[in-house]
Write a protein that binds this ligand. Structure first.
Ligand code: BDP
Length: 651
């Protein structure tokens, strides 16, 4: 039986799967060969498109001729598919059902192009085996963090009123969007596991099973964040020591029951010994001990533990210049390289700090050559405008992924993004923030893909050709624009404490979080050199350790991340640091003004609902960008006493 295509609730934006995208395929004749649940998903998709656009779909042996053949030739777990077009017929073949599903969405993406000209057989396969979205969703509304921690798109798609939503059509539609950009795994609850959420592992696993059921037809496996203290919190054991036999048995039993409820369960995500979460340090054990204990519980069932490397001291003394939060992940985990079980994946944030608009790539990623690594990106725009600002992160992510690769390919096996999705009608709050989720999925499939091509693909699918040039202009440079009007030259933070939106230059300067800029009347930046600073630069392999070590060779955009320099220091661009700060802040605001103008000109070319939402958000982005400009510029004018050489008004 063909699996029905999810019906979008009234008013929900179709994102990159509008019905128009299915016209080329839906107006033709398709043959589907093979059997299995995901084949039924593909059949349901094609049948719906044909019903809408007048085409025809047949199964297995049926009379010729066909425009499109979608054929499953095996029964393995491969995600690859072959694509060719010969003599007026397009053929997709796959040896695994997921491959067929991805091949189908490939045809959707190509649109008319899939049915014109010839194309020799090309094998498409994902470079990374796991392409996961992590939701930081709370089941019960958290008094400080709300329903979704760092969520800017309304409530949770999964949870409301302290329990799983009873209705899963929206989750199915979400799974469909994810599959269409290549995502194959989702974790459904916050990495900070509070008490209600802890219970999902045991007596409330049925709720997770319902969500897993909604995702399954689109080839997505469900994962769960668990607390390391679960045996204590849920069952009153007196310890969670990973080497204690009772603890190991507890996890083995709990995990086996999870698999009874969800046979294709993906595994656990764990934030341990991080920002107050419990972990193995309490028992004098290592993070490999902790991760391996969970890996052992999951191993008989084919599951994986994603163990986060975001471990640092969040109660440090800001007067002490020798501790450096940037060093922490490498210092903690490098000694454990090679000690992790095969199904324990170390999940590393892409930068050493915390998802700033500009950070160097974490040195841990290239260093852990004997471990399986997942690189973690943040699609939710915690530090990049909170989905009120346009900030397409494709170029940043692409730089990160290319840095963490060599001739033989990526130095990591998996890619994870913290989700930017909620129950908002546009999915992501800011309609243009959908581009980030789409780009993530496509980069996870092919990390060396050109992000700009992905952007244009998203624009074409979502908006069609009409407004494409304008949308491209609004989005393409938006990350660099955001960087210009916020914290300069890689120094980071300068945000309002707590919620992290809007400027507060000294907001975190005298706090225990380890995020400082050290600005005084003479200069600014963090000395992370080996010669005179925290030594962080020495965590890189050559040539990067040498390049970052000296302010003469360090790239401009990271200068203040690695060095403390006088305001008069001359950048490679030829400008002084202080003049760079003034200039970029004026430019950043001017660029937002220009983007808002371009957006205005697209009225009539995009749907009124989208146009109105983005127009409203531009008002806020502009207000906030000007606030950043004025606070940063006046702060540094007062600190340095150096006037703007162009004589502009600084308050
Ligand atoms: C930080 C967020 C915090 C998360 C933490 C994490 O501010 O809410 O819990 O990352 O990744 O960026 O665990």
């Amino acid at each position: 039986m063909p699996h029905p295509v999810p019906v979008l609730p009234e008013g929900v934006d179709p994102a990159w799967l509008p019905s128009a995208a299915f016209r080329p395929l839906g107006s033709r004749r398709t043959l589907i060969r093979g059997s299995g649940p995901l084949v039924e998903t593909v059949h349901g998709e094609v049948a719906e498109a044909c019903a809408r656009f007048g085409g025809r779909v047949d199964r297995d042996a049926a009379p010729e001729p066909y425009d499109l053949v979608l054929e499953l030739t095996g029964d393995d777990s491969s995600e690859a598919f072959g694509y060719e077009r010969v003599d007026g017929r397009t053929t997709v073949t796959a040896t695994g059902q997921r491959g067929l599903l991805y091949g189908f969405f490939h045809v959707v993406r190509l649109g008319e192009e899939a049915f014109g000209g010839d194309c020799q057989r090309v094998l498409h396969e994902p470079a990374l085996g796991l392409r996961m979205v992590n939701h930081w969703d709370n089941v019960a509304v958290h008094p400080v963090m709300g329903q979704v921690e760092r969520g800017y798109a309304g409530g949770s798609l999964f949870w409301a009123d302290g329990r799983a939503r009873g209705e899963f059509e929206r989750v199915r539609a979400y799974g469909r969007l994810l599959a269409a950009c290549g995502v194959n795994a989702v974790s459904v609850n916050n990495v900070n596991v509070h008490e209600t959420e802890a219970r999902l592992l045991t007596d409330r696993i049925g709720e997770v099973a319902d969500i897993a059921g909604a995702f399954r037809p689109y080839g997505i496996r469900t994962h769960l964040s668990v607390t390391f203290a679960a045996p204590i919190v849920l069952d009153g054991l007196e310890t969670a020591d990973p080497l204690d036999e009772r603890v190991r048995e507890w996890w083995a039993g709990a995990t086996a029951r999870v698999y009874e409820a969800i046979p294709d369960f993906g595994g656990f995500v764990v934030k341990a010994d991080s920002e107050g979460q419990p972990g193995p340090f309490a028992y004098g054990r290592t993070h490999a001990d902790g991760a391996n204990m969970l890996a052992a519980a999951l191993e008989p069932h084919g599951g994986t533990v994603h163990w986060r490397a975001f471990v640092y001291d969040h109660r440090q003394d800001w007067r002490d210049r020798t501790t450096d939060r940037a060093r922490a992940a490498y210092d903690h985990f490098l000694p454990l390289d090679g000690a992790f079980a095969a199904n324990a994946v170390l999940q590393v944030k892409h930068g050493p700090m915390d998802f700033q608009v500009r950070e160097p790539v974490s040195p841990l990623i290239s260093a852990m050559s004997h471990s399986t690594l997942a690189v973690e990106l943040q699609a939710t725009q915690e530090y990049t405008g909170q989905q009120r600002h346009v900030c397409w992160l494709g170029p940043m992510w692409s730089e990160v992924l290319r840095f963490a690769a060599d001739q033989e390919g990526p130095a990591f096996e998996e890619l994870v993004a913290v989700s930017n999705v909620g129950d908002d009608p546009f999915w992501t709050g800011h309609p243009l923030a959908q581009a980030n989720l789409y780009t993530f999925g496509r980069l996870a499939w092919q990390p060396d893909a050109d992000p700009v091509v992905i952007l244009d693909e998203w624009i074409g699918l979502t908006f069609g050709a009409g407004p494409a040039a304008g949308l491209h202009a609004v989005l393409d440079g938006s990350w660099r624009t955001y960087e210009k009007y916020t914290a300069p030259l890689g120094v980071g933070f300068m945000v309002q404490p707590g919620h992290h939106y809007g400027p507060s230059v000294d907001g975190y300067e005298y706090s225990p979080w380890g995020t400082y800029h050290f600005a005084d009347r003479d200069g600014i930046g963090v000395d992370r050199s080996v010669a005179s600073g925290t030594g962080y630069a020495g965590q890189y392999a050559k040539p990067w350790a040498e390049i970052y070590e000296s302010p003469d060779t360090c790239p401009d955009e990271l200068l203040l991340f690695f060095h403390h320099v006088p305001y008069g220091h001359v950048l490679k661009s030829g400008k002084t640091v202080i003049q760079h700060i003034y200039d970029t802040h004026f430019e950043g605001v001017a660029e937002v003004e220009e983007a808002a103008r371009v957006w205005e000109s697209l009225a009539g070319l995009v749907t009124p609902a989208r146009h109105q939402r983005v127009t409203e958000l531009f008002v806020e982005q502009l207000r906030c960008a000007r606030e950043w400009r004025d606070q940063i510029n006046s702060y540094f004018l007062r600190k340095s006493g150096v006037p703007d050489e162009r004589g502009r008004v600084i308050y």
